[in-house]
Design a protein around this ligand. Structure first.
Ligand code: 5AD
Ligand code: SF4
Length: 498
C-alpha cells in the first residue's frame, strides 16, 4: 500500500526525513533511546545495576541469561535471589560459572531459536564440565525433549515450578543430571522473600501469573499455565516493603493484570489493588502491564484518575483493527468494543499516553483487514507500539488455520505499519518540545554528559543538568524541559528539582 492515506505526501516526506535525521543524530550521539527491539522489549541500554561476584567458589557459581518479557525478567530476579540464598554466587560470563541458566521465551519462533543457538555453544572449549539449565517458556513448551536435543542440559523447568527451585538445586548438587519441573499442579504464584532486584529504584511486582484466555496465536497459556492471583495481603506487604527500602516506582506484573482477583476473603479486583498500592506512602509511580481489553473495565480508569501516583500510561494491546480478524484470534472483543475503552480513556480527568501491540499477517488477514488496522492507528494516534509478524506457535488454535499470509506479505505489512507509526510518533513527540516533563533519573550516559530519565508516560528523556558536580542523580525526580524530539526518545535540559 502506498502512503496515500496521508493528508499530504510532501508533508510526510519532510516529517519522515526530519525524523530520520533526529533519530540518526540520537544514535550518532550514543544516546540511550526507548528502543523497541525485535522481541518488543524496551532496552534502556548501558544501564546495569547487577553486582557480579568475582570470587569463584567451584560448583557454586551461576550465570543467567534472560530472554522475553518483564514477567521473565522478574522471574529471573526471583531465581537469582533464590540461588544467592542457597549460597551461590552470580558471575558475568558462562565461562566463569559452574551452573549456566537460560530463562527462555517462546512467544515467537525467533525468540525460541535464540536459546537453541546458545545451547550450541556447549561445544566450545571452556563450556565443558558445567551444569546447564533451561528455564521459562521454552522449557515448559519443549519439556524433556530438550534433553534429547541438547544432551548437556541437566535442568528443564517452567515458571510454574520455581516454587520448587530449592529442591531442584539439591537434586542437581547430588548429581542428578535429568532434573525437571514441568507440572502445573501448583495453585500458587511464585513468591519469595529473596528476590534480588536489578534496578534500585524501579521494582517489578507480580500480582497474577498465568493466563486463562485462549487467544488463537498465543503460546502463553501453555507455557505459563492457568491464572493464579496472589493475595492482596502479600502484594501489599511486598509493595510496602519496597517503599520502605526506598523504591519509588513499582510495576505491577501479570499476563493479564485486569483479571486479578484476590483469592482471600477481601476479594479485591484489579482497580482496587492498583489504587491501594498507589496510596502507599513513598510510592511516587505505579505502572502495570499487561492488560487485556476484554477485562479492562471503567473502574481502572477511575482508579487512575483518583490516584496521581498511577502513571499517565495505558498499554492496551489491540492486535488488529479488524473485528473479523479479532474474532478469528478469539480476542473476545470487537473493534467497536475496543474503541469504547479508548473513549473512557479519552474522557478521563487526566491525559493518558496510549500504547499497544499489533500482529500483522494473522491467518486470513486480507488487505482490507490490514487497512483497518492502519485506519485504527490514524484514529487512535498511539504514542508507541510493538508490532510483530504472526509466528505460528505449537499447540495454538491458529496453527490449524488455513489461508496463511506469505512471509514476504507479512514483512511488507509490518514495514508499512511501522512507517506509519513512526510518522505518528514523530508528530506526537514533537508536540512535547518546549514543555516540562517530570522524569525519574535512571542513570547517566558518561560519554555525552547526559542523564537518562523516564517520563510518567514511559518515554525516555535524555537531558543535561549543569552543576551536578559528579553527584549521582539516579533515583531522583527532576523537571526537564524538552528541547528536541525523535520518534523514540526526547532530549532536554533540567529545569529544577521537582
Ligand atoms: N506471533 C506474533 N506475535 C505474537 N504475540 C503473541 N503471540 C504471537 C505470535 N504467535 C505478540 C502479541 C502480544 C505480544 C506480547 O506478542 O502482540 O501482545
Ligand atoms: Fe515470552 Fe510470553 Fe513467556 Fe513472556 S510469557 S517469556 S513473552 S512466551
Amino acid at each position: 500500500m502506498a502512503a496515500c492515506d496521508f493528508a499530504s505526501r510532501e508533508f510526510d516526506d519532510a516529517v519522515r526525513a526530519a525524523g530520520r535525521r533526529a533519530f540518526e543524530e540520537t544514535l550518532a550521539a550514543g544516546l540511550s533511546v526507548f528502543y523497541l527491539d525485535d522481541e518488543g522489549l524496551d532496552r534502556p541500554g548501558g544501564l546495569s545495576h547487577i553486582h557480579y561476584n568475582r570470587t569463584t567458589v567451584p560448583g557454586k557459581t551461576f550465570y543467567i541469561e534472560t530472554f522475553g518479557c518483564q514477567m521473565n525478567a522478574h522471574d529471573s530476579e526471583k531465581v537469582v535471589g533464590t540461588l544467592l540464598s542457597e549460597g551461590y554466587a552470580q558471575v558475568a560470563t558462562p565461562e566463569d560459572a559452574g551452573l549456566v541458566l537460560y530463562n527462555t521465551c517462546s512467544i515467537r519462533d525467533k525468540a525460541e531459536q535464540k536459546v537453541f543457538n546458545r545451547l550450541q555453544n556447549f561445544k566450545r572449549e571452556g563450556m565443558k564440565g558445567k551444569i546447564f539449565g533451561v528455564l521459562g517458556c521454552v522449557a515448559q513448551q519443549e519439556g524433556e525433549r530438550i534433553f534429547n536435543r541438547a544432551p548437556h542440559v541437566s535442568l528443564v523447568a517452567g515458571s510454574a515450578s520455581y516454587t520448587h527451585l530449592g529442591e531442584m538445586l539439591v537434586q542437581l548438587e547430588s548429581g542428578n543430571r535429568r532434573v525437571t519441573g514441568l507440572s502445573f499442579d501448583n495453585a500458587e504464584a511464585f513468591d519469595t522473600p529473596f528476590t534480588r532486584r536489578d534496578n534500585p529504584h524501579r521494582a517489578y511486582l507480580t500480582i497474577i501469573e498465568g493466563c486463562d484466555k485462549s487467544c488463537a496465536y498465543c503460546v502463553v497459556p501453555f507455557t505459563r499455565g492457568p491464572e493464579r492471583s496472589r493475595t492482596s495481603e502479600s502484594v501489599m506487604a511486598e509493595a510496602r516493603g519496597l517503599a520502605e527500602k526506598g523504591y519509588t516506582e513499582v510495576q505491577l506484573l501479570g499476563q493479564n493484570v485486569n483479571s486479578y482477583r484476590d483469592p482471600s476473603p477481601a476479594g479485591w479486583d484489579f482497580a482496587t489493588l492498583l489504587g491501594r498500592v498507589a496510596e502507599i506512602p513513598g510510592m511516587r509511580r505505579v505502572r502495570y502491564t499487561t492488560s487485556h481489553p476484554r477485562d479492562f473495565v471503567r473502574g481502572i480508569v477511575d482508579a487512575m484518575d483518583a490516584n496521581p501516583a498511577i502513571c499517565d500510561h495505558i498499554h492496551l494491546p489491540v492486535q488488529s483493527g479488524s473485528s473479523r480478524v479479532l474474532a478469528a484470534m478469539d480476542r473476545l472483543y470487537t473493534r467497536e468494543e475496543y474503541m469504547r475503552r479508548i473513549e473512557w480513556i479519552r474522557n478521563a480527568k487526566r491525559r493518558y499516553s496510549l500504547t499497544t501491540d499489533i500482529i500483522v499477517g494473522f491467518p486470513g488477514e486480507t488487505d482490507a483487514d490490514f487497512q483497518q488496522t492502519l485506519d485504527l492507528l490514524d484514529e487512535i494516534q498511539y504514542d508507541s507500539l510493538f508490532s510483530f509478524k504472526y509466528s505460528p506457535r505449537p499447540n495454538t488454535a491458529a496453527l490449524r488455520m488455513e489461508d496463511r499470509v506469505p512471509d514476504e506479505e507479512k514483512q511488507r505489512r509490518l514495514l508499512i505499519l511501522q512507517e506509519k507509526q513512526r510518522a505518528i510518533q514523530i508528530r506526537r513527540n514533537a508536540e512535547l518540545i518546549g514543555g516540562i516533563q517530570e522524569v525519574l533519573v535512571e542513570g547517566r550516559n558518561q560519554a555525552l554528559g547526559q542523564w537518562i530519565g523516564r517520563t510518567t508516560c514511559n518515554r525516555t528523556l535524555n537531558f543535561s543538568h549543569p552543576g551536578t558536580n559528579g553527584n549521582d542523580l539516579a533515583g531522583e525526580y527532576l523537571s526537564v524541559r524538552v528541547t528536541r524530539a525523535g520518534p523514540n526518545s526526547l532530549v532536554g535540559e533540567s529545569a529544577a528539582v521537582v
